[in-house]
Ligand binder design. Structure first.
Ligand SMILES: Nc1nc2c(ncn2[C@@H]2O[C@H](COP(=O)(O)OP(=O)(O)OP(=O)(O)O)[C@@H](O)[C@H]2O)c(=O)[nH]1
Ligand SMILES: [Mg+2]
Ligand SMILES: [Zn+2]
Length: 343
């Protein structure tokens, strides 16, 4: 194999590739044969680069290596982990929303580091309380401040692999990445202005090299995240539930009101949250079973009331309306129209 590298960004028909062994960056096109075979090149892909011209910094992607994983939203190959960024204030810390993100990531089978940001805004006891709770769920927690820089050197030092940032809008993802990668100037939004516009400030996918080992991609934040997964898998996406799984009286226990449920009897902090998520997941599973059926004539007005979304057909119809909008959200609210809109 010739010279290899990693695709850090794509701009129109060009790929920015970081060559291995400190050989620098090259701007590459894709060899025609790759195009013909329909082989796509994604940010995060490991590639073989030919025809390198160091004077002009140009090259050609001759081949792509097998991918270990592909994340769809945002589109990144070989992602190893997610940095979940949640603010402790502005926007206010919301454990249910954090859990929603975490369940989503568990379903993708990616590593997780929870960054509790804006620790400069709250008393140390509050930071410790949240960190202990989230740690108790089974996650690695790093309290940080993108404003003061607290906790960031330690975070940078432990990163190895390809990461994507995830978290609500305004949590400080872009601010953190700017801090982790000095010289970077990602657009950092001002919360009130952004909410007023109802837009996202982060638009295209690009990996930033923190060092030889760690690559991190920014991603747009979003505050609504629909859970669509098989109901029987949900409990396994709560790490602290795992020791109790398989100990229930019934093998197909959904850990609701079944007799002899080991999960319910364990009195875990997030059990109530599990029940809420399960109700939602059951509704979406039912909805999916019905997609083959013709569209019902009933159209209903009103917003999404997730908390009341038990198996009521009328509410389910509302959920379907909303799901079109949220269907494309995975780890980021990735939208082609956003991607095309150049700054
Ligand atoms: N006090 C304080 N403010 C912060 C901190 N980190 C970020 N902010 C502020 O929070 C606001 C939002 O930060 P961004 O970095 O744009 O948040 P984001 O998560 O990238 O938001 P989206 O791109 O919309 O998803 C900005 O006004 C930042 O200056 C922090 O550690 N402390
Ligand atoms: Mg951002
Ligand atoms: Zn059970």
């Amino acid at each position: 194999m010739g010279t290899t590298g990693t695709v850090l960004a794509q701009e129109a028909n060009f790929y920015r590739v970081r060559l291995d062994d400190g050989l620098g960056m090259v701007l590459c096109t894709r060899r025609a044969r790759l195009k013909k075979t329909g082989q796509s090149v994604l940010v995060g892909d490991r590639v073989e680069v030919a025809e390198i011209d160091s004077a002009s910094g140009r090259g050609v992607i001759a081949a792509t290596c097998a991918r270990r994983s592909v994340l769809s939203k945002p589109p990144i190959a070989n992602c190893t982990g997610v940095l979940v960024v949640f603010a402790l204030s502005e926007p206010a810390y919301d454990p249910a929303l954090l859990s929603r993100f975490l369940v989503h990531i568990e379903a993708e089978d990616l590593g997780v580091i929870v960054c509790l940001n804006k620790i400069d805004e709250v008393p140390p006891e509050a930071v410790d309380g949240v960190a202990a709770a989230v740690g108790g769920w089974g996650y690695t927690v790093r309290p940080v401040s993108a404003r003061t820089g607290a906790g960031l050197a330690a975070l940078r030092a432990e990163l190895a692999g390809t990461y994507v940032l995830a978290g609500p809008s305004g949590a400080g993802k872009s601010s953190l990445l700017n801090h982790l990668h000095p010289g970077l100037a990602l657009r950092v939004g001002d919360i009130s202005a952004r909410l007023g516009r109802g837009r996202h400030t982060t638009r295209h996918v690009e990996l930033f090299a923190l060092n030889a080992e760690a690559l991190v991609a920014d991603a747009p934040g979003f505050n609504q995240l629909e859970l669509t997964l098989a109901p029987e898998l949900l409990a396994g996406y709560f790490p602290e539930f795992r020791p109790y799984l398989g100990r229930c009286q019934f093998r197909n226990c959904l850990h609701r009101d079944e007799p002899g449920c080991a999960v319910r009897e364990a009195n875990l902090e997030r059990y109530g949250m599990y029940r809420d998520f399960l109700a939602e997941v059951l509704v979406s599973a039912q909805k999916q079973r019905r997609t083959a059926e013709p569209e019902e004539a009933i159209r209903l007005r009103g917003g999404l009331r997730r908390d009341k979304a038990v198996a009521v057909p009328r509410l389910e119809e509302q959920l379907r309306e909303t799901s079109r909008r949220t269907a494309r959200q995975r780890l980021g609210q990735w939208d082609e129209t956003d991607a095309e809109e150049a700054d």
